[in-house]
Design a protein around this ligand. Structure first.
Ligand code: 13P
Length: 253
C-alpha cells in the first residue's frame, strides 16, 4: 500500500568522480535487476554531485536527493541552494532537518517547516528527519520530542502535501555510532510516529506515508529492522557509500 524506500545519505563524502562511479555501479545493478513496483531507491548526494549523478542514472530506477535546501525561494542569500535549483537539475527528493543540520548548523523546526513547504511548492519530495538524542531517550522524553518535531516541522504542510512527504526516524545516538535501535525500539517509535500523523491528518493518510529508519543500518541488521510493520525502509549513511552494501540492504527489503 505504501512505498518501501531505500535511501542513501552520502553526507559530505566522495569527490564528484568517486560519486559518479558509485552512482554508475548502482545504476548498472538496478537497471539489470529492476526493483519491483512499490520499492524506490534514492541516493542523497552532495549538491556538487547532483547534475553529474542525474546524468549517469536511469531516473525510472534510481532517484537523486539533495541533502538540504534553502528555506528561501531566491535572492540575496549567499551560499544557499533553493529547492527550485535542485529541482532544475533533475533531483526528485530532498533530505530536510537531518540531526546533523539541527545540531551543527542550528536548524530549528521553524526553519525546517519552511524548507518542507518550499520543497513541496517545487514538486520535490521532502525526506523529513526526526529523532531524539541519547539524553532525551534516557530521560524518557523521546516520544514527546519526536511528537513536537513532527508537529512543528509539518505545520505548513497540508493534507495534499503530506502524502508527498517521507518521514525518517533517526535516533541521534544510533547515527554513525554502530549502535542500532533494536527492531522493537524502532517499531515502537515508528508506530508512535504513525499515530501522531493520524492525529495531525487522518488514519488513512498516516497509513500511506513511508516512514524510514536511519542509524547504523547495515546489510547484517537490515532484514530484522525492515521486517517491522511500521518500518518502510531505511535512510542509510555509511553503508550507502559502498555499492555492494547498499545493494545488500536493498535485498533485505
Ligand atoms: P549511519 O548509517 O552512518 O549511521 O548514518 C545514518 C544517517 O544519518 C542517515 O541519514
Amino acid at each position: 500500500m505504501r512505498n518501501k524506500i531505500v535511501a542513501g545519505n552520502w553526507k559530505m563524502n566522495t569527490l564528484v568522480n568517486e560519486g559518479v562511479e558509485l552512482a554508475k555501479s548502482l545504476n548498472d545493478y538496478f537497471v539489470s535487476n529492476k526493483p519491483p513496483a512499490g520499492i524506490k531507491l534514492v541516493i542523497g548526494v552532495p549538491f556538487t554531485h547532483i547534475d553529474a549523478c542525474v546524468r549517469e542514472i536511469d531516473y525510472t530506477v534510481i532517484s537523486v536527493a539533495a541533502q538540504n535546501c534553502s528555506q528561501f525561494d531566491r535572492g540575496a542569500y549567499t551560499g544557499e541552494v533553493s529547492p527550485e535549483m535542485i529541482k532544475s537539475l533533475g533531483a526528485q527528493y530532498v533530505i530536510i532537518g537531518h540531526s546533523e543540520r539541527r545540531q551543527l548548523f542550528g536548524e530549528t523546526d521553524e526553519v525546517i517547516s519552511q524548507k518542507v513547504a518550499l520543497a513541496h511548492k517545487n514538486a520535490l519530495f521532502p525526506i523529513l528527519c526526526c529523532g531524539e538524542t541519547l539524553k532525551e531517550r534516557q530521560s524518557g522524553d523521546h516520544f514527546e520530542i519526536v511528537r513536537q518535531q513532527l508537529t512543528d516541522s509539518l505545520k505548513l504542510t497540508d493534507q495534499f502535501n503530506i502524502i508527498r512527504t517521507v518521514i525518517a526516524y533517526e535516533p541521534v545516538w544510533a547515527i554513525g555510532t554502530g549502535k542500532t535501535a533494536s527492531p522493537e525500539q524502532a517499531q515502537e517509535m515508528h508506530m508512535f510516529i504513525r499515530k501522531v500523523l493520524s492525529e495531525l491528518y487522518s488514519q488513512p493518510i498516516a497509513d500511506k506515508i513511508s516512514i524510514l529508519y536511519g542509524g547504523s543500518v547495515k546489510p547484517e541488521n537490515a532484514s530484522e529492522i525492515f521486517a517491522q510493520d511500521d518500518i518502510d525502509g531505511g535512510l542509510i549513511g555509511g553503508a550507502s557509500l559502498k555499492s555492494e552494501d547498499f545493494i545488500n540492504i536493498y535485498k533485505a527489503i
